[in-house]
Design a protein around this ligand. Structure first.
Ligand code: IMP
Length: 432
């Protein structure tokens, strides 16, 4: 059976949740491998809406679900989400949900640091979700982080917490002029939550190896998007994890030779939340059309998303950095009714044409997009299930995107429900 990575090819919010849900049917297990509850995946299943931040979407279909070592885990957020799912009738225990003992914990001081840093940056802020993601990854890399497994050795946990508090309280008080924390207030809460999470803590890397040995198919569910990757995105306006396909391997303990197909999810236009360069951004009536018709509001923070035309430079970058096999093109129907549609085919700077993304995003900020214009279509594409039934201009648009990115659009999404999909090539049937 094939193992498939699904990841965002833009700045996140590409509609990965729906695509993951669609392909979950063919998977035996679904794995989250990076990020934390900064992500928000919205799913509509049988008319019922589910918003997930940490638990892999496969939970709704009763699949085995894993949180890999590359995730940063806020236990409060996870327990709340588990309760929410239970309230919606989704069984967590029955699905064989497991969390890697190696995941790093988001602590209350990480959230405080995240917010205090953004405040200090003022206008130059990154526009983080304020969930403590960045500071937690910093502690991980600094080798002082607290992992889930530490909660089950009280002495180790207390010693690490003490050491971390000494350092972070000093910074919070003296550098950021922000609130500090006592050991007792954090310790007792976290030890209580450790009891709740204990049945789910396991060695995820080994469980995945066993599943693959048994011939099971694994779906790796990416969060955020390539342009938010800490190395390959618009640094420093990025998140702090390895969002790209390679992150699926390091973030779950699975070697790259086990991956058969990488699906890059992209909208038929572009959006981004937070600050940072965005060459094709539209602040006119068309931007408003994309925002309104596309309901472009963040699932995690409720923030409005910035909207713009499709950027083929960004997509070519994503194809290269992830080794994308095929694309899932979402929200095509949002373009219905537009007279003309523009595609950014390259950038221009000082009269020079650039086909690839500049490594320095401050250069990206002053790049002019070179647009190609195509006629739009007036017929609605919502819910169309066969490629042949799409308006000719919509088919031409898709084919142009394929030729500009160099990869096939294997999946087309024409609405939020899973049936509103055109499956042209099944990633799980793909063999290398
Ligand atoms: P952080 O991940 O909270 O540190 O935020 C860093 C940047 O990533 C900000 O620009 C956020 O808006 C963006 N970001 C984080 N998670 C998501 C997501 O799930 N969708 C879109 N943008 C995100």
């Amino acid at each position: 059976m094939a193992n498939v990575i699904i990841m965002g090819a833009q700045w996140g919010d590409e509609g990965k949740g729906k695509i993951v849900d669609l392909l979950t049917e063919q998977a035996d297990a679904v794995v989250r491998f990076q990020g934390g509850h900064n992500a928000g995946h919205t799913l509509v299943v049988d008319g019922k809406k589910y918003v997930l931040h940490l638990i892999p979407s496969g939970i709704i279909r009763g699949k085995k679900c894993f949180i890999g070592n590359g995730v940063v885990l806020d236990p409060t957020a996870l327990i709340d989400e588990m309760q929410e799912m239970a309230n919606l009738g989704v069984s967590i225990t029955g699905a064989g949900f497991k969390i890697s003992a190696l995941t790093h914990l988001i602590m209350p001081y990480h959230r405080e640091l995240d917010i205090a840093r953004e405040k200090r940056k003022g206008k130059g802020k990154i526009g983080t979700t304020g969930r403590g993601i960045g500071p937690t990854y910093e502690d991980k890399m600094a080798r002082r982080g607290i992992r889930l497994s530490d909660l089950y050795n009280r002495q180790v946990f207390e010693a690490k917490l003490q050491e971390n508090l000494a350092y972070h309280n000093f910074m919070l008080e003296n550098f950021y002029n922000a609130a500090t924390f006592t050991l007792e207030s954090i310790r007792d809460d976290y030890l209580r939550m450790a009891d709740t999470l204990a049945p789910f803590v396991d060695d995820v890397g080994t469980l995945l190896a066993d599943a693959m040995d048994a011939g099971q198919a694994i779906l790796f569910e990416g969060a955020q998007g390539t342009m938010l990757d800490v190395d390959h995105g618009t640094y420093p306006y990025v998140t702090s994890s390895s969002v790209v396909a390679g992150g699926a391997c390091s973030g779950s303990g699975v070697g790259p030779t086990h991956i058969d197909y990488v699906l890059g999810v992209t909208k038929a236009y572009t959006t981004r939340v937070g600050s940072g360069p965005f060459p094709t951004e539209l602040t006119d009536a068309i931007g408003k059309h994309l925002y309104t018709v596309g309901h472009e509001v963040g699932a995690s923070t409720g923030r409005p998303r910035r909207c713009g035309w499709f950027d083929a430079v960004v997509l070519r970058h994503a194809v290269r950095a992830n080794g994308i096999t095929g694309l899932a093109l979402t929200k095509l129907d949002v373009l219905d009714g537009l007279k003309t549609i523009k595609i950014c085919v390259a950038y221009q700077r000082n009269g020079r044409r650039m086909e690839t993304m500049p490594a320095d995003p401050s250069i990206m900020d002053v790049c002019e997009p070179i647009f190609e214009e195509m006629p739009g279509w007036s017929e609605p594409t919502v819910g169309i299930e066969r490629f042949e039934d799409l308006p000719q201009n919509a088919r031409d648009y898709i084919q142009r995107l394929e030729s500009l990115t160099g990869v096939p659009a294997d999946i087309l999404s024409t609405g939020p429900d899973r049936v509103q999909t055109i499956l042209r090539r099944n990633p799980f049937s793909h063999t290398r």
